[in-house]
Ligand binder design. Structure first.
Ligand code: MN
Length: 280
């Protein structure tokens, strides 16, 4: 069993997307461009409605999956497959865009606190041409492990006897929301070929055996590969633990499109401009 250690601690940077929604980006930045298979991680959170009220009006995607996890507030989603839904706290939207989807994500709240995460997972070349798929997971459908020391909400992967709702996925993702009491420990096995990271929501923690600088809120902790992760909470701590099998293909980015080559990006832009993008 090889213990997973910290590779690098990265502070999320302030960014803005959609129609001016303020967010903190930690993957998809100069410091962490691509943690194969993860292309982007955004935290959108604010108590000030001016930071989020303009939302994300209709825009396209191709070649990726977007996983949105709401912790506070409500967002309404609509897309070109006809899917529509309001995301409430604790809900997850797992969208596999395949060859093309046009969607909007708009706040369904007029004030109050918003907090959520959007993770982009790359799709391998063989799945980028698929028909888009929109999976809506209600908070009560998540796998939940709870004991005296911790609560683990399982969106994907397996913890003890609890399995997440997103199964049979090509990158065998692990997506846990871990709430750990001060002084307690979380550990689990991880496939040794997976890339993984931790994103701290609150608190302070220690990972593995080596000592390290304090890692606080909104820090992304990139991890070395290994077969077991061990995290100790230095105080009451909450974090996301995310891991996945690398795809190992070349990537070409073009904003909301992620393909294997520049030519495929140009094709996506052309399809979008001539109106054939989201025709299935
Ligand atoms: Mn989007």
């Amino acid at each position: 069993m090889s213990q997973i250690e910290i590779k690098k601690i990265i502070k999320a940077i302030n960014a803005s997307d959609g129609a001016g929604v303020k967010l903190k980006r930690s993957i998809g930045t100069p410091e962490a461009d691509y943690i194969d298979p993860f292309l982007m991680l955004d935290e959108f959170g604010s108590e000030n409605k001016d930071d989020y009220i303009a939302g994300f009006p209709p825009h396209p995607h191709r070649g990726i999956e977007t996983v949105t996890y709401m912790l506070n507030g409500e967002f309404e989603h609509q897309d070109s497959t006809g899917a529509k839904g309001i995301m409430a706290p604790g809900d997850v939207q797992w969208m596999k865009t395949g060859r093309g989807i046009i969607h909007s994500e708009m706040p369904a709240m007029s004030g109050g606190k918003l907090l959520g995460f959007q993770l982009w997972i790359n799709m391998p070349a063989k799945l980028k041409k698929n028909k888009p798929e929109y999976i809506y997971i209600k908070s009560k459908e998540l796998g939940i492990h709870s004991d005296n020391e911790k609560t683990i909400k399982v969106i994907a992967g397996k913890y003890a006897n609890v399995e997440g709702p997103e199964k049979n996925h090509n990158v065998e993702p692990i997506y846990f929301h871990v709430i750990l009491k001060e002084g307690k420990e979380f550990k689990c096995e991880v496939p040794s070929g997976h890339n993984s990271f931790i994103y701290i929501l609150k608190g302070d923690l220690k990972i593995g055996k080596k000592s390290h600088e304090k890692a606080g809120d909104s820090n992304l902790i990139l991890l070395e590969r290994g077969s077991e992760i061990k995290v100790k909470a230095e105080k009451n701590t909450e974090f996301l633990f995310i891991a996945g099998k690398p795809i190992g293909e070349p990537i070409a980015r073009g904003g909301p499109f992620v393909m294997n080559t520049k030519a495929e990006i140009l094709q996506a832009i052309q399809d979008y401009n001539n109106g054939t993008f989201a025709k299935y």
